[in-house]
Design a protein around this ligand. Structure first.
Ligand code: WT7
Length: 659
């Protein structure tokens, strides 16, 4: 890690916004930072007042850590703000431009979106969904996913979107935790030319037991296919088209309190059980709208291409709620970046003339590896801004992104935030901020971030006495889009985020602050891994491993990976009563498949090392640093020798004698 920090901090390259970009940018006056800092409540009020409220709020903010409330007393509706008000003013403007993986394309205007959202909202009500209920959405990246989210918002039900790559077990756990009444799914989705059998996974989850679920709505995305049989359970399962076709396009927007629950989104926690992160209505819309306008520099004529799936917070905040609160046009792509060829994103940008691209470092590193010939054969001249999110971006990937994708003319914004923060917290403003490759730069106006040390001291240098510091990243002022807590678990919320530094929000990330006051994010400091930008806890993979009949004990670490940022490496001790056919490679593959089946393909370990012992400290804590050295090939040079189960044990001896 210290090597990484040194490379990062020796980064000398600087990129100031071009005068042309600055001149047209939504934010180009550096004084907004001071103005926002001087009175952050007034700053956020200015943004909230750009939303349409049914009834005005009387108080901007009430905060007593860990509980925040914003825009108290105000009544509004997220679907009204993201759909209806644009359907009135700009009915023919495109809301969604959709590109399916097989090459099908569709455009939905704001007027059409309003009709579709209303009809689906009526369908949900017909199935008994009421204000305050939860609805699980387990769908491919098709417009109906956004329609389902907005339909929930319209009637005051909270959605819980579960990423389509998650397994039946994960879906079951999330559905039960949120007590969802209905699951919205599809017969499947396309991914790398194959069908993702979503409905079958829903069936599996329901067979395992989801007592709160009464109805399942199934969108026909794939159609009849011999390899993808779809069984409809009578009385429980309904086709989307059947129930929607009989609905009216009239559906009033529920008048929701600013603090009413808009959605739950599950994220990995270091104790293994996923946390249901909650977001409410007024503050969340305010934060996502403000950051969409100032950081993404979203304008009326933009076509915004965010490559995230709506199963993650990036899709919630920067495909659906933020851009649509601004009345923008978003591009939704269903499939993989290398299908049919490794130029798919560039073909999409060329075809639809996308102007903003918001993607992840793991994708950028894959594009680099595939080679510049793919973007070079496409016309990317429509692009004007590039964004990155999900994990630290290494300077080389940043520079490649800027040169090969941005043609050297587009600003790059590296945006740091979390499911819990709802919206971007640390990001350049592309018309103002001079960027440094690898740094997320400064806090968004109105946000305050500090660096604390292990002893709980704020070590952020006072203004005017700039010097470099490193430690834990802490947010010390409330902001409108902050999570209001973990669904049904206030104690865990307090413990996870608010107790390490009492009264301050502890993000779980390490960071450096340089002499110019720029933040350099260094990754997680807890047991969360960032695998291809996705948050997975070591503990949840360990639980999946020990649920395999051959595994007695397991330890998991994230090892550095060239493309994925981190890859999962697992060390397992086999049960003594376990019988196998003698080929350890066979068992290793079976264990990997078992984890993928339990959690989802994203959690499949790259390596499974069979060992006789796990290195533990005297107090019984697993020595993860040692395992990391082993997995990354440092301790041994050649990890294949690990087939010898005594290796980890002997290494531990060596370590203990040198420590
Ligand atoms: C964790 C949050 C926010 C949407 C995607 C992930 C890491 C996120 C950056 C960045 C360095 C980053 C952090 C954070 N992260 N963006 N620009 N630079 N690290 O959301 O699944 O809630 O994960 O992702 O470690 O804590 P998430």
């Amino acid at each position: 890690m210290s090597e990484t920090i040194q490379t990062l901090l020796s980064e000398e390259r600087r990129f100031a916004p071009s005068p042309e970009f600055a001149a047209q940018a939504n934010a180009n006056d550096p004084a907004i930072y001071e103005r926002a800092d001087a009175d952050y409540e007034a700053w956020w009020k200015g943004w909230a007042d750009q939303l349409d409220w049914f009834e005005p709020y009387h108080t901007v903010c009430e905060f007593k850590a860990p509980n925040a409330k914003w825009f108290l007393g105000g009544k509004l509706n997220a679907a009204y703000n993201c759909v209806d008000r644009h359907a009135e003013r700009t009915p023919d403007k495109r809301a969604i431009v959709f590109e399916g993986e097989p090459g099908d394309s569709r455009t939905i205007t704001y007027r059409e979106l309003k009709d579709e959202v209303s009809r689906f909202a009526n369908a949900l009500m017909q199935l008994g969904v009421e204000r305050g209920d939860r609805v699980c959405i387990y769908m491919p990246m098709v417009p109906e996913l956004a329609i389902a989210m907005l339909a929930c918002a319209r009637i005051g039900a909270a959605h819980s979107v579960v990423f389509g790559g998650f397994s039946a077990d994960s879906l079951q756990e999330r559905t039960n935790d949120a007590q969802c009444k209905v699951i919205v799914t599809a017969d499947g989705g396309w991914r790398r030319g194959s069908i993702v059998p979503l409905k079958r996974t829903v069936d599996e989850a329901l067979e395992k037991g989801c007592p709160s679920v009464h109805k399942v709505i199934v969108l026909e995305r794939i159609g009849p296919d011999a390899t993808n049989p779809v069984a409809m359970v009578s009385g429980r399962d309904i086709w989307w088209s059947e129930i929607v076709s009989v609905q009216s396009t009239d559906c009033p927007c529920a008048s929701m309190d600013s603090e009413d629950l808009l959605y739950i989104l599950y994220t990995s926690g270091s104790t293994g059980k996923p946390k249901g992160i909650t977001h409410t209505t007024g503050g969340y819309l305010t934060g996502t709208m403000a950051t969409s306008k100032l950081a993404l520099d979203l304008k009326d004529d933009d076509l915004h291409f965010c490559t995230a799936d709506c199963g993650w917070v990036t899709g919630h905040s920067y495909i659906v709620y933020g851009p649509m609160a601004c009345g923008a046009t978003v591009l939704m792509y269903e499939g993989a970046p290398d299908t049919p060829e490794k130029d798919r994103f560039w073909r999409i940008i060329e075809k639809h003339r996308a102007t903003i691209l918001y993607t992840a470092p793991t994708a950028i590193r894959a594009f680099m590896k595939w080679g510049a010939e793919y973007p070079r054969r496409c016309d990317l001249s429509s692009l004007r801004l590039l964004g990155s999110v999900g994990e630290p971006i290494n300077p080389e990937a940043w520079i490649w992104y800027q040169e090969e994708i941005g043609g050297g003319r587009c600003p790059v914004i590296d945006t740091w935030w979390q499911t819990e923060t709802g919206a971007m917290m640390i990001t350049p403003l592309p018309g103002i901020t001079e960027t440094k490759p690898g740094s997320a730069t400064r806090t968004f106006p109105g946000i305050s971030a500090r660096i604390y040390n292990e002893e709980g001291m704020d070590i952020t240098p006072a203004d005017g006495s700039r010097h470099e510091v490193g430690g834990f990243l802490v947010l010390d002022r409330p902001w409108p889009s902050m999570t209001r807590g973990i669904f049904n678990d206030p104690d865990r919320f307090e413990k996870t985020y608010w107790s390490k530094f009492p009264g301050r929000y502890f993000a779980g990330d390490g960071a450096k602050l340089d002499e110019d006051g720029y933040f350099w994010l260094l990754g997680r400091v807890d047991d969360i891994m960032l695998v291809a930008g996705h948050n997975i806890s070591t503990m949840e993979v360990e639980s999946a491993l020990v649920s395999h009949p051959a595994v007695a004990e397991a330890a998991v670490i994230g090892k550095t990976h060239e493309l994925k940022g981190q890859a999962i490496a697992a060390f397992v001790i086999l049960r003594s009563d376990h019988r196998h056919d003698g080929d350890p490679a066979h068992l290793v593959n079976e264990i990997k498949a078992h984890v993928a089946h339990k959690i989802g393909p994203i959690a499949r370990p790259d390596d499974v090392f069979i060992t006789a012992e796990l290195p533990k400290t005297r107090s019984g804590k697993i020595m993860r640093r040692l395992l990391r050295d082993v997995a990354e090939g440092r301790a041994l040079g050649d990890t294949t020798t690990l087939a010898d189960p005594n290796v980890v044990a002997s290494l531990k001896d060596k370590y203990e004698s040198t420590e």
